[in-house]
Design a protein around this ligand. Structure first.
Ligand SMILES: NC(=O)c1ccc[n+]([C@@H]2O[C@H](COP(=O)([O-])OP(=O)(O)OC[C@H]3O[C@@H](n4cnc5c(N)ncnc54)[C@H](OP(=O)(O)O)[C@@H]3O)[C@@H](O)[C@H]2O)c1
Length: 275
C-alpha cells in the first residue's frame, strides 16, 4: 500500500478511470460518489466509496471522519459539471451551479481535507480544463468556472508551500466521458427561450453547441490518459504547477488562441460559430 488518495466525482469518466488506475497501483483509494450504483462499481474495483456531494458541508465532514487519522497522500478534486449555452439564454441558477460545484466545491473540498494532507505530506491535484485557458463561445459558464479554478490554483499553490503540500492543476482538452451528453441534456432543461427576433442566430448557435458536444464526446482523449497524468502529478519528485493533457492539435490550438491578438481570435471563433 503506497498511501491514501481521495478522488471526488469518482463515479464516472476521469474520476472513475483515476480510481481504477490508482487502486491497481496499490494506493488505498477513497472515491466520492453520489449514487449507490456508483458506490457498487467502486467497491468491485477495490475502491472505498464515500457519499460525497462537494457542495454539502455535512458530506465533506462525514467523509473526513470516515477517513480517520493517518493522513492523505493525495486529494484529487475532480468533481465537476459542464454548464453551457449562449450566455443570454443561461439562467442564473444554472450558472450558479457551475460555480457552486467547480469552484466553491473545490475550495470546500480542499479546506476539508487540508489537515489530513498536511499530516500525510500529501498533494492536491485540481481538475482544470483547457476551458480555463481559452473561453470558447457557448461554453461561457463552464469556462468562467475553470478560469476561476486557475486563480484558485495559483493562490493555493503559494499559500501551501510552507506546509509542504504541493498543488498541481491538470488542464485536459476534450475527453470522452459522459460530461458532454449530460451537459446537453441539462441544457435542454434550463436554457431560456430566445427573445423575439433572435431565434435564427440562437438556433444556429444551439446547433453548433450540439455538434461541439458530440465531437468532444466522440473524439476526445480516453479518460485513462488523464488518469495517467494524475498519477504523474502525484508521484513525480518535482511535479509541474500545471499539466496540459490534450491531443497535440488541440494543445496547439489552445496555445495559438491564447497568443493571437483578440480581434483575430474573435474573428476565427465567430467563423466557427457560423456568424
Ligand atoms: N470530459 C472532458 O472533456 C473534460 C475536459 C477537461 C476537464 N474535465 C473535468 O474533469 C472532471 C471530471 O469530468 P468528466 O469528464 O469525467 O465527467 P463526468 O463523467 O460527468 O464526471 C463528473 C463527476 O463529477 C460528479 N459530480 C458532479 N457534481 C457533483 C457534486 N456536486 N458533488 C460531487 N460530485 C459531483 C459526477 O457525479 P454524478 O454522476 O453523481 O453527477 C461525476 O462523477 C470535471 O471537473 C470536468 O470539468 C473534463
Amino acid at each position: 500500500m503506497v498511501g491514501s488518495v481521495l478522488i471526488t466525482g469518482a463515479g464516472s469518466g476521469i474520476g472513475l478511470a483515476t480510481a481504477r488506475l490508482l487502486a491497481a497501483k496499490g494506493y488505498r483509494v477513497y472515491g466520492g460518489v453520489r449514487k449507490e450504483e456508483d458506490a457498487e462499481r467502486l467497491r468491485a474495483l477495490g475502491v472505498e466509496p464515500l457519499l460525497l456531494d462537494v457542495t454539502r458541508e455535512e458530506d465533506l465532514l462525514g467523509a473526513r471522519e470516515a477517513l480517520g487519522g493517518g493522513g492523505l497522500f493525495g486529494l484529487v478534486a475532480n468533481a465537476g459539471v459542464a454548464v453551457a449555452g449562449p450566455l443570454e439564454l443561461v439562467p442564473p441558477s444554472a450558472f450558479r451551479q457551475a460555480l457552486e460545484v467547480n469552484v466553491l466545491g473545490v475550495h470546500a473540498t480542499v479546506r476539508a481535507f487540508l489537515p489530513l494532507l498536511r499530516e500525510g505530506g500529501g498533494r492536491v491535484v485540481l481538475m482544470g480544463s483547457v476551458s480555463g485557458l481559452v473561453a470558447l463561445p457557448l461554453l461561457g459558464p463552464y469556462a468562467a468556472s475553470k478560469f476561476a479554478l486557475e486563480a484558485l490554483a495559483d493562490a493555493l499553490r503559494v499559500e501551501l508551500t510552507p506546509f509542504g503540500v504541493k498543488v498541481i492543476l491538470l488542464e485536459p482538452g476534450s475527453v470522452a466521458t459522459p460530461i458532454w451528453e449530460r451537459a446537453e441534456r441539462a441544457a435542454e432543461g434550463y436554457l431560456l427561450p430566445p427573445p423575439p427576433g433572435t431565434e435564427g442566430i440562437y438556433g444556429r448557435y444551439l446547433e453548433v453547441a450540439r455538434r461541439m458536444a458530440q465531437r468532444s464526446a466522440q473524439a476526445g482523449l480516453p479518460p485513462e490518459r488523464v488518469a495517467e497524468a494524475v498519477l504523474r502529478a502525484l508521484e513525480s519528485p518535482r511535479p509541474r504547477a500545471r499539466y496540459l493533457v490534450a491531443r497535440r492539435d488541440r494543445a496547439w490550438q489552445t496555445l495559438l488562441l491564447r497568443l493571437l491578438p483578440t480581434p483575430l481570435r474573435d474573428r476565427l471563433l465567430a467563423r466557427a460559430l457560423g456568424v
